[in-house]
Design a protein around this ligand. Structure first.
Ligand SMILES: [Zn+2]
Ligand SMILES: [Zn+2]
Length: 52
């Protein structure tokens, strides 16, 4: 499954957590609706592909 990866950094002094990066990690599966390689042909996406 695709997912978002958050990269955060915690400052030693005050302890604040600062988000510095948010990357989409692609699973490269043809049966994942969110993937960059998602099946381009006609298909019943809701029942054959992962939607999350
Ligand atoms: Zn995926
Ligand atoms: Zn699909």
């Amino acid at each position: 499954m695709c997912y978002l990866q958050n990269t955060a950094k915690r400052y030693k002094g005050c302890g604040d957590l600062v988000r510095i990066k948010r990357d989409k990690i692609d699973c490269n599966r043809t049966d994942c609706a969110l993937s960059g390689l998602h099946n381009p042909e006609y298909h019943v996406c809701a029942s054959t592909c992962s939607q999350t």
